[in-house]
Design a protein around this ligand. Structure first.
Ligand code: SF4
Ligand code: SF4
Length: 389
């Protein structure tokens, strides 16, 4: 039975497809000219990269995470999306980690004339396997790059035709805390298709929901069956399991006011001894968006280029102004990051800058955990009020 026969009333439709038909989904997206990007195993991690066939997915693999620890291991089943999150986020495909933004040739008058680059066709990405927290992160970056006074034209172009195949999480990692930020684990917005992977008594299938007109058009090409109440219950059970496994939590009640009144909290000093200012946390964070601009010339001085590269508030140079860095100490840089993520981001963009993906906890080489730091700051505030130090 085709979906066309099931209903055409609107584009929010739910159907069931067999595991064996996921390759039809891949083919349908490729036929539309999309470059598929999704999870695959590389160098001991589940990363995001270009995909051609379903077999490249991390079939039968999962990951184990803790503060400062990440390992992949084989599962006992053959799930396609049975892992949590790896070190990559989707931002690297929308906001390049390093790109040339200008090139110029010296003129006889001594100034530089722009060398026009041959325009390349912008890539149309279909992201496969986007989790709910990651969808929220993409929407946060949309506000930064597309919905403000200064817009990133390349980002805007890539997002305009960016097909999203989301996946409801069937498990949560030990560093996940999306439930604290209301960003998951159930996919609720910003997707074209949302999949839930069900393995039950020897059957392996997906409940697929379309969330846009173009999502529905793809769904109409998949061999599908109608969903039963049992299937919908299986979806709920799968997501409830992930909620129950949430490894971390953060109390966000009054978090903005709490952080603003705690600039001088003594606990920040403890970060001085622990944080390496390596910037890993900002590189893996799906919402961090800072970059720097560098100009270079060749040895003759006749040819110049301007490059944009991801940067981080953890580097000394990031806050350099005339005469020195504004945030010279480690504690001031960690405080800037945490206060921006959970407090001033709200003033700037109307939303928290954290989606609870847990990457900064997993990939911090010394295991600094923002959920624990918030608890420690609260404890230090209580002690200061009670005059205990
Ligand atoms: S908090 Fe961890 S990951 Fe972030 S800069 Fe410090 S040491 Fe590096
Ligand atoms: S701050 Fe950490 S937990 Fe929050 S979105 Fe960034 S990487 Fe994920």
């Amino acid at each position: 039975m085709s979906l066309r026969e099931i209903s055409q009333s609107n584009f929010f439709q739910k159907v069931k497809i067999d595991r064996a038909h996921i390759d039809v989904l891949f083919q349908s997206l490729k036929n539309r000219g999309y470059s598929l990007v999704g999870p695959k195993i590389s160098e001991g991690a589940i990363i995001y990269d270009f995909l051609d066939v379903v077999d490249e997915l991390p079939i039968g693999w999962t990951d184990e995470q803790e503060a400062g620890t990440y390992r992949i291991k084989q599962r006992e089943d053959q799930t396609l999306f049975g892992y949590n999150l790896g070190p990559h986020s989707w931002k690297q495909f929308l906001f390049s980690a390093r790109k040339r933004v200008w090139q110029g040739q010296k003129t006889s008058e001594g100034s530089f004339k722009t060398v026009q680059e041959i325009a390349t066709q912008s890539q149309r990405y279909a992201f496969i396997g986007v989790r709910s927290c990651e969808l929220h992160a993409i929407q946060i970056q949309d506000r930064v790059f597309m919905n403000s006074q200064y817009q990133d034209t390349e980002y805007k172009q890539k997002r305009a035709d960016n097909f999203i195949v989301a996946v409801n999480c069937g498990q949560a990692g030990k560093t996940c805390f999306c439930t604290s930020l209301n960003t998951g684990p159930r996919v609720s917005q910003g997707y074209d298709l949302a999949l839930t992977e069900i393995l039950d008594s020897g059957t392996h299938y997906f409940v697929v929901e379309s969330g846009s007109e173009r999502g529905l058009a793809v769904l109409q090409e998949l061999p599908c069956q109608s969903v039963s109440n049992n299937d919908l219950e299986a979806v709920d059970k799968c997501i409830e399991k992930a909620v129950g496994q949430m490894g971390r939590a953060i109390d966000t009640t009054d978090i903005k006011a709490f952080l603003y009144r705690n600039y001088d909290n003594k606990h920040w000093q403890k970060l001085e001894e622990r944080c390496l200012t390596c910037a890993n946390c900002t590189m893996v964070c799906p919402t961090c968006f800072c970059s720097k601009i560098e100009d270079t010339t060749d040895l003759t001085g006749e040819y110049a280029e301007r490059w944009q590269t991801w940067d981080s508030c953890f580097t000394m140079d990031f806050s350099y102004t005339h005469g020195g860095a504004v945030r010279a100490s480690t504690q001031s840089r960690y405080r800037q990051w945490l206060v921006h993520k959970l407090a001033s981001w709200i003033d700037q963009f109307g939303t928290s800058g954290c989606v609870g993906c847990g990457r900064c906890i997993t990939w911090c080489p010394v295991g600094i955990d923002l959920t624990e730091e918030i608890k420690a700051l609260k404890q230090a505030e209580r002690e200061a009020k009670n005059g205990e130090n």
